[in-house]
Design a protein around this ligand. Structure first.
Ligand SMILES: [Mg+2]
Length: 237
C-alpha cells in the first residue's frame, strides 16, 4: 500500500512560519522518535484495519477519538474488536511499520550526519525494531527501543538514558518527535533542544495546529532540520 505516494504527506501547506526559540543551545547530536516522526504509520494502521476486517475510516476515526481523549493508542483495538489480543497479533505488524519511512526521513538523517552531528533513533518501540534500524546503513550513535531499555516515554529516565549514552550535555542534544506529551515536553524538561514535527494524528490533535510553547523549534518537514541545527551545531574543528 502506498498512501504516501498518492498523497505525499510532506506536501501539505505550511501552517505557520518556522519558529525557533533556540536560546544558547549548541546542538551536537540529534535523536529522533520513530513513529510518525520518521515512519509514516498510515500503512501500518491501514493494515490493522484490514486485519481486523474493519473499514479503514472506522479505525482511523476511532483512533482520533482515542487520541483526543488522551488514551493509549492500543485502546482503539477493543473499541472495534472487543476481546482482541494485541500482544498476540502485533509481531505480524512490526515489520510492515518499518517499510514506510517518510520520504524526507533517511535523507535528513544522512545529511545531518554528513554535517558532523551525531544521530540517533530512540522511541517507544519493540526491541525487534532495533535490528531493522541497524540495517539502514546509517552511522547511528543510538538505535534504541523502549522495550530493550525497559523505559517508556514520557518517563524522564528515557531522556536521561539518551543523555548518558551520547555522553553529551542535554543542551547539546536535539530530540525530534511528533507528540507534545511523549516527545516535546519531556525532552524540553530534560534540557534538550526539543523539536516538534507537525505530522501524524497526535501532532495535529495535540497542538491544534499551533506551535507548542515547549518546543525549541517547530517544523513541517525533516528537511528543515539542517538549517535549524547545523548553524548552531557544527562541532568545533
Ligand atoms: Mg511518534
Amino acid at each position: 500500500m502506498n498512501e504516501q505516494t498518492a498523497n505525499p504527506s510532506n506536501e501539505h501547506p505550511r501552517l505557520a512560519e518556522p519558529r525557533t526559540d533556540s536560546g544558547d543551545h549548541v546542538v551536537k547530536a540529534v535523536v529522533f522518535d520513530l513513529g510518525e516522526t520518521l515512519v509514516d504509520e498510515t500503512g501500518a494502521w491501514g493494515d490493522w484495519a484490514d486485519w481486523l476486517h474493519v473499514p479503514r475510516l472506522t479505525l482511523f476515526g476511532a483512533l482520533g477519538g482515542v487520541i483526543a481523549r488522551g488514551g493509549h493508542h492500543h485502546d482503539v483495538f477493543p473499541l472495534v474488536r472487543p476481546g482482541f489480543d494485541y500482544e498476540a497479533e502485533k509481531r505480524a505488524r512490526d515489520a510492515a511499520v518499518m517499510e514506510d519511512f517518510y520520504p524526507d526521513a533517511l535523507e535528513a538523517l544522512r545529511r545531518l550526519a554528513a554535517k558532523g552531528l551525531a544521530i540517533g533513533i530512540a522511541g517507544n518501540q519493540p526491541a525487534a525494531t532495533e535490528a531493522v534500524l541497524h540495517e539502514l546503513g546509517l552511522p547511528l550513535a543510538i538505535a534504541a527501543s523502549s522495550e530493550r531499555w525497559g523505559i517508556n516515554k514520557p518517563d524522564p529516565a528515557f531522556f536521561a538514558r539518551i543523555i548518558d549514552e551520547l555522553g553529551l550535555p542535554a543542551r547539546e542534544i536535539a530530540y525530534v518527535g511528533d507528540r507534545i506529551d511523549n516527545d516535546v515536553r519531556p525532552a524540553a524538561a530534560a534540557g534538550m533542544f526539543a523539536v516538534f514535527i507537525r505530522r501524524g494524528p497526535w501532532a495535529f490533535v495535540q497542538s491544534g495546529g499551533n506551535d507548542p510553547a515547549e518546543a525549541s523549534a517547530t517544523i513541517d518537514s525533516l528537511s528543515e532540520l539542517e538549517g535549524i541545527l547545523v548553524g548552531r551545531g557544527r562541532p568545533d574543528p
